[in-house]
Design a protein around this ligand. Structure first.
Ligand code: ZN
Length: 167
């Protein structure tokens, strides 16, 4: 009688253990999944920010070659482009502040240097965002592996439990 109860008890407690560990693995897998999703969003955001900066750099480079009007309040007027020879002033169509022509070929060496420096700094920011995104992407891949591993453990535990139940 005792032996019979002990057998049932051993089987039940083993099943309990397997099911418990499987459930725990599932919880941890869900946690890993949530973290991975957050990291993935971060990667997307960083890449988007880098892309916006790179676009802006290219846009500014082109504008500088063509020449554009910039007012004291920072408005850029695309419709007030050259062909007007530099030195002339205009007023901003938006805020009436005085605007000056910004054009690469008419810049002093100092102005060119400043412009290049600003561009290099922006490039560095974009590059650092790309690097950060790349590093975070590795966390995403690691998180996916972890989740897969935990799901495998949970499935395995349940399939062993099913076999024991069938005994
Ligand atoms: Zn303005």
């Amino acid at each position: 009688m005792i032996r019979f109860i002990a057998k049932i008890w051993a089987k039940l407690s083993y099943l309990w253990q397997l099911e418990f560990e499987s459930a725990k693995s599932d919880v941890n897998a869900n946690l890993a999944k949530r973290n991975t999703n957050e990291k993935r969003k971060l990667v997307d955001r960083l890449n988007k920010e880098a892309e916006d900066i790179e676009k802006r750099i290219a846009e500014m480079k082109l504008l500088e070659e063509q020449g554009y009007w910039l007012c004291d309040n920072g408005h850029e007027k695309g419709d007030a482009f050259a062909p007007i020879v530099g030195g002339e002033t205009r007023t901003c169509l938006e805020c009436n502040a005085p605007a000056k022509l910004v054009k690469r070929s008419e810049m002093t060496p100092q102005e060119q240097y400043e412009s290049d420096r600003e561009r290099h700094e922006a490039e560095k920011v974009a590059e650092s965002k790309r690097q950060q995104a790349k590093a975070e992407q590795e966390h995403v891949s690691g998180g996916e592996q972890t989740e897969k591993h935990l799901r495998g453990l949970a499935d395995n535990g349940r399939s062993v439990a099913d076999k024991i139940r069938a005994l």
